[in-house]
Design a protein around this ligand. Structure first.
Ligand SMILES: Cc1cc2nc3c(=O)[nH]c(=O)nc-3n(C[C@H](O)[C@H](O)[C@H](O)COP(=O)(O)OP(=O)(O)OC[C@H]3O[C@@H](n4cnc5c(N)ncnc54)[C@H](O)[C@@H]3O)c2cc1C
Length: 543
């Protein structure tokens, strides 16, 4: 049964249990007899309008949900819901808070974090987001965590996502608002951007430097660090006003404060000239990676599962390699807005070479195999790399499947360290890896799985300090991270393990346990939110 089908008594009981209040406690506070409250909850008595309002006030039921209770009791909804533009003084108050906060970013969001209004600095941060993330409305949480949003710029992605998931759960608990379960599902399902595990700075409660978890953003102004303050409008009498919160971002360190203050004159002048936010001045505070339009010059089938694409043209003129041997770029193929990551196999004489694995289905796979890509224009993002062998490393161990071959080849070609490679590929690749490396070849168990974790557990490790690099199917990588930490007890600088793709044939990033069904089942069984999340966490633990 959904909450829309519950009786007014059941809804009231649900809110009382959410607030963890006993019948007696609520009855005393609301000045009604415990027996009468019990009768209302069990349906033996029907509550009056005044009684519903009194109990809702006591239980801090959000206005939208109060309307639901009135409807369930056979009354008309009491609270209006008007667009922000029609809210007079409340709208002016929101605008005043947003404007007064400049040059720091701030926005007003509704109960689902859908954007209602922003100030200009915030708009500048959000301007590079693709249209797809703005439809039907821009959602602040999706925007920061979606792979096509700001995800790659969030340096503490893993921590920040965990924090966001906690916020959504609490919001669900507090408001029971529609759309929050779907938001939770989406946010939990977004893939972490490549390298986010290794790049996440160690911001822990034990650091003691900051009493809050900051949002660490990589931007064209440098690395910025923000904390946020949440404001709500007091004594709301309208559903929209009740659900609006202003999220004001404050600099969490001096460098961020100085960067934003220094940026302010440029930003204001540009905005004043334009009178509005327009494409010309948006770039000034872009957090989006630089992009390049590249033409596909050649396509070569290296093996049945590997296609080489050589890109070039004037659009790549400004492209600069990082020099990091496992550097990758985002690739957006024509007609798509989602990117996929590919290693820069080489960048020479204005030509960028990518070696692309083709498998059963896939956005890039289909484009690279079922159309003739030569002559087409693709979009490439700025390169980034992760490989960082520590000073003093005496050897290199590289492990990967076919997707990791371009990176392993480039690392092995450029290193002077003795190198051993474990390569899991479906086809023979003679001459692909340099002869200087000692290679152990194997074949994957199937097209959509890998056995590399088992291979690594059998490796005989060389003496002394070295560097271990591995990439491939994500579940294998998770197993290996555990192995390296628990059994080999390696320092985090001594290895780099990255999930390059997800096996199992899912269309989108799978979650180990899907929160949606757990939530719905729990609700149908009458469990409290807390019991549902406990069940959810237990199921995840068992994975
Ligand atoms: C930093 C980094 C560097 C990478 N470098 C390379 C590279 O140089 N060359 C390369 O080919 N890939 C590379 N990858 C992996 C590549 O980005 C993914 O395999 C990507 O999912 C492929 O996109 P797609 O559009 O073909 O398939 P998608 O649309 O992403 O996925 C469709 C389906 O195919 C499955 N799938 C995805 N990849 C594979 C695969 N390799 N084998 C079998 N099934 C798969 C998925 O599980 C899904 O079910 C790299 C990834 C990262 C993070």
């Amino acid at each position: 049964m959904t909450t829309a089908q519950l009786s007014v008594g059941e809804l009231l009981r649900d809110w009382r249990e959410r607030r963890r209040r006993s019948q007696l406690e609520v009855a005393i506070a609301a000045d009604v007899s415990a027996r009468h409250l019990s009768f209302i909850e069990t349906g033996r008595s029907g509550p009056s309008r005044t009684m519903i309002e009194r109990l809702c006030e006591e239980l801090e039921v959000p206005l939208r949900e109060r309307n639901r209770l009135y409807l369930a009791a056979g009354f008309a909804p009491v609270y209006q819901e008007r667009p922000l533009d029609d809210l007079g003084a409340a709208r002016s108050a929101v605008e005043a808070v947003l404007t007064a906060h400049e040059p720091y970013p701030a926005c007003a969001v509704d109960v689902r974090w859908d954007m209602v209004a922003t100030n200009r600095p915030m708009e500048l941060f959000l301007a590079p987001l693709p249209d797809a993330l703005r439809q039907p409305r821009l959602n602040m949480l999706r925007a920061t965590l979606h792979p096509d949003g700001l995800a790659e710029q969030v340096r503490n992605y893993t921590q920040w996502r965990a924090h966001v998931v906690g916020r959504i759960r609490r919001q669900l608990y507090r408001t029971a608002a529609d759309g929050l379960v779907e938001l939770l599902e989406d946010v939990e399902g977004y893939p972490a951007p490549p390298g986010s595990d290794v790049e996440a700075p160690a911001v822990t409660a034990r650091d003691g430097a900051l009493p809050v978890l900051p949002l660490l953003l990589r931007t064209s102004l440098g690395d910025l660090s923000f904390l946020y303050v949440l404001s709500v409008i007091g004594a709301p009498r309208d559903v929209t006003v009740d659900e609006i919160a202003v999220e004001a971002m404050f600099p969490a360190d001096d460098a961020t404060r100085e960067a934003l203050l220094a940026h302010q004159p440029r930003m204001s002048a540009a905005l004043m000239r334009a009178g509005c936010v327009c494409a010309d001045n948006l770039e000034t505070m872009s957090v989006k990676a630089q992009q390049y339009a590249a033409e596909v010059l050649r396509r070569e089938q290296i093996t049945p599962h590997l296609v080489r694409l050589v890109l070039g043209g004037p659009g790549l003129a400004g492209f600069e390699s990082t020099g990091i041997p496992d550097e990758w770029v985002g690739l957006v193929v024509p007609g798509q807005f989602q990117s996929r990551y590919y290693t820069v196999r080489s960048w020479q004489g204005g030509e960028l070479t990518l070696d692309v694995v083709v498998h059963d289905v896939g956005l890039v796979t289909e484009w690279a195999t079922r159309t003739d890509p030569v002559g087409q224009t693709v979009t490439i993002t700025e390169p980034k790399g992760s490989y960082a062998a520590p000073d003093g490393a005496q050897w290199l161990l590289l492990v990967g499947d076919l997707t990791a071959m371009p990176a392993m080849a480039r690392i092995a070609e450029t290193t002077t360290l003795p190198t051993r490679i474990w390569a899991e590929t479906p086809d023979d690749l003679p001459g692909y890896l340099p002869e200087t490396a000692e290679v152990t070849w194997s074949t994957p168990p199937s097209e959509t799985s890998s056995d590399l974790a088992a291979a690594v557990e059998k490796i005989e490790w060389p003496e002394g300090d070295g560097y271990f690099w591995m990439a491939g199917e994500s579940s294998q990588m998770r197993a290996i991270r555990k192995h390296l930490m628990r059994e080999r007890k390696l320092d985090s600088h001594a290895y780099d393990v990255m999930g390059y793709w997800r096996g199992g044939g899912q269309k989108r990033q799978p979650r180990s346990v899907d929160p949606g069904p757990v939530w719905r089942e729990g609700k149908a069984q009458g469990l409290t939110d807390e019991q549902i999340w406990q069940r959810y966490d237990e199921q995840q633990e068992q994975q």
